[in-house]
Design a protein around this ligand. Structure first.
Ligand code: ATP
Ligand code: MG
Length: 651
């Protein structure tokens, strides 16, 4: 039996396969892509499609071969030479766009900065000169551990300017996590800050970094950006204040003409399912993928104000704060802090203030906004918005509707974008000016992307559930796991004997060819011989007006093999009770069928999440089965999980 075979039950009504939304006529008529021909053309000649995308960039030397595919190792635009920082900066300056705003930056404490492309260009050139002066060469790795301040973007582009690979470590990670990533990448230089602001507190980045660097022999120098101005220890010879170095830095640094396949960065995955993997991305193909999709998926126009709320520590920040939008010359907002500081309307205030037209955020944030209530967005002017995006997890249909109604005010299409650190760019989502939306579905693969749902044997499932696979190489695909080619083959290419890429996500396709994400393959539950998807049960729970968020897991059960345990976060106005538990169990039974009825519901204020905000069901399984917790290095708030474990053990 195919373990993922989708049970066709009333769940299809829950997911409203037939519920559809169209972009408005105004949106359609102005959209960058409105003709189905783009799919047909890409289908007809995929390589030509990607060549056209690559030509949107400036190459120092044109490529001689578009794709060299030695399964599972791809090379794109072979022989071409290109520089990422040049394409994000110099090209716009030459086109007289130096005065265009690149970033409206807002600090959590209310500080602001406005940086034009010229400003960013100057800073990047200085930082590139400085790090080159510290002996960093092409191919060396530089670790970046910064808050969401403009210098984070500057540091990344300074590395790519000189051909050094960056590895950005999210500013919320601990000393151990930072140390492990630096050691894995063998970085020579660390760029950090004295501290950063989070919910009104200072995160002591330099102190954490000092602890990490004690055990990272490869680090020779540390550049420290001043943000919070608190006292921090400076070790002479090793540590250098950025503002001191900048004073005497050369103002121009020649961009390195990189081979298309030269390393651009290493980035560790979120660690939702296990030990993080150092994903390797190279220059030409990656830049092609992110530049093309920023333009197509976000329907980007020269006067848009684009706000992707992701931190640069995640792939979303790499692809849709730094490289994609900047290669397109976009004007963006970046915000340093938390969405509820000082008030729960901070995001909406920022949108009102900067007249943000495109908002790209995560389901975890949307569910938090739902929990807090719609009075917060209602009090702000959101009329500048014209397009919304979602990334990171499946967006539950209820959350989609809330986002559509209260944030987009039924005016803005939503792009639900499925992709991974490994894919580099968005893979499955709508083109907002031409795709009919179905809430909860990421819709269809983008032009140029071949994605299928396969069964255990690797056969294509046209309608029904199975494993998501990408069946042709794409330019921004990962080139490997840093230092571990075996793990690369094992993780992504062993399922179907090296033939197709295994994404690790359970997915189904409906009769219209729409893709619906069901949950991680590792998390799928097997109850009395039937596969039940985490996303479906969670969405059934969230469908109930009392519920803000939920996470479900399958635990060993003598009779059924596995039984469902649901962790439920109620909206703030609701109270947990035995009665509420029964109501919710019945609600799931009604929506999906009695098979999916949870055996137990645990009310909780929070569930374990990665630092990028994704639910870690594997830890919930550990809790529910009374085991010690597995790898928690990527866990956002260990206290939440410890409290939950204690509560569960008592029950
Ligand atoms: P690890 O690989 O270490 O477990 P991770 O998979 O969470 O971590 P990321 O690369 O940040 O690391 O996340 C990619 C995953 O996020 C996808 O494989 C998928 O499970 C989920 N995801 C992202 N966007 C969507 C979306 N729009 N719909 C459904 N799932 C999504
Ligand atoms: Mg993953």
């Amino acid at each position: 039996m195919d373990p993922l075979k989708h049970q066709k039950t009333e769940v299809d009504d829950l997911f409203h396969e037939s519920r559809r939304f169209e972009p408005s006529e105004i949106f359609k008529s102005h959209a960058n892509y409105k003709d189905i021909k783009i799919y047909q053309d890409a289908n007809h000649d995929r390589l030509k499609f990607w060549e056209d995308c690559a030509r949107r960039l400036e190459w120092f030397v044109p490529w001689t071969k578009t794709l060299q595919w030695d399964r599972p190792f791809a090379q794109w635009f072979v022989g071409g030479r290109i520089n990422a920082s040049y394409n994000c900066l110099d090209r716009h300056i030459k086109a007289n766009m130096g005065n265009k705003v690149a970033f409206y930056w807002e600090g959590e404490n209310g500080d602001t900065q406005i940086l034009t492309y010229q400003d960013v260009y100057e800073q990047v050139n200085k930082m590139a000169s400085v790090i080159k002066g510290l002996g960093i060469k092409k191919g060396d790795r530089v670790a970046i551990y910064l808050p969401m301040i403009p210098e984070a973007v500057v540091a990344m582009l300074a590395c790519s300017r000189i051909g050094a690979a960056h590895t950005v470590i999210f500013g919320g990670f601990s000393a151990d996590a930072l140390r492990d990533r630096i050691n894995d990448a063998q970085a020579k230089l660390l760029i950090t800050a004295d501290g950063g602001y989070r919910r009104g507190n200072i995160v002591p980045l330099k102190t954490i970094a000092d602890a990490a660097v004690e055990q990272t022999p490869s680090i020779k120098d540390v550049i420290v950006v001043q943000r919070t101005k608190q006292e921090v220890p400076i070790k002479s010879g090793r540590d250098h204040w950025w503002h001191d170095l900048a004073k005497t830095a050369k103002t121009y640094c020649e961009p390195e003409p990189m081979e298309s396949e030269d390393l651009l960065f290493i980035l560790y995955t979120s660690g939702t399912t296990g030990k993080p993997k150092g994903i390797v991305h190279t220059t030409g193909g990656y830049l092609t993928g992110v530049t093309a999709t920023t333009y197509s998926v976000f329907d980007l126009k020269p006067n848009d104000i684009f706000w992707c709320t992701a931190d640069v520590g995640w792939v979303t920040g790499h692809s849709y704060v730094v490289y994609g939008p900047m290669a397109n010359g976009a004007t963006q907002v970046i915000y340093e802090g938390a969405p509820d500081f000082p008030e729960r309307n901070r995001f909406w205030k920022i949108i009102e203030k900067y007249k943000v037209s495109i908002l790209y955020t995560a389901p975890t944030a949307i569910r938090a906004f739902m929990k807090w209530g719609e009075e917060y967005p209602k009090g702000c002017d959101l009329s500048s918005l014209r397009l919304l995006g979602s990334v990171g997890e499946p967006i539950n249909p209820e959350a989609w509707m809330w986002y559509y109604e209260y944030i987009g005010q039924k005016r803005c299409p939503i792009v639900d974008t499925w992709w991974q650190t490994e894919t580099g760019c968005i893979m499955i989502t709508s083109l907002p000016g031409m795709t009919t939306m179905k809430p909860g579905s990421a819709t269809k693969p983008l032009p140029g992307i071949d994605a299928e749902i396969l069964n255990e044997e690797g056969e294509v499932i046209k309608e029904g559930g199975g494993f998501l696979s990408i069946t042709s190489p794409w330019p921004s695909m990962l080139r490997g796991i840093w230092g571990d080619p075996e793990r690369y083959k094992q993780t992504y290419w062993s399922k179907w004997q090296g033939k197709n890429y295994f994404a690790g996500d359970g997915t189904k396709r409906d009769k219209d060819g729409y893709f619906w994400f069901l949950g991680r393959v590792d998390d799928i539950m097997l109850v009395a011989g039937h596969n039940i998807s985490t996303a479906e049960v969670e969405s059934a729970l969230i469908d109930h007006p009392m519920v803000a968020e939920s996470a479900v897991v399958g635990v060993t059960d003598d009779i059924k093999g596995q039984a469902i345990v649901a962790f439920v976060i109620l909206k703030e106005k609701n109270k947990s009770s035995k009665e509420a538990e029964e109501i919710l169990k019945e609600h799931v039974a009604l929506k999906i069928g009695s098979l999916a009825k949870p055996k137990q519901i645990i009310f909780t204020a929070d569930v374990p999440k990665t630092r990028s905000g994704k639910i870690m069901r594997r830890l919930l399984r550990d809790i529910a089965e009374g085991r010690a917790l597995g790898d928690i290095t990527t866990l956002a708030d260990p206290a939440v999980t410890a409290a939950l474990k204690q509560k569960y053990d008592e029950v």
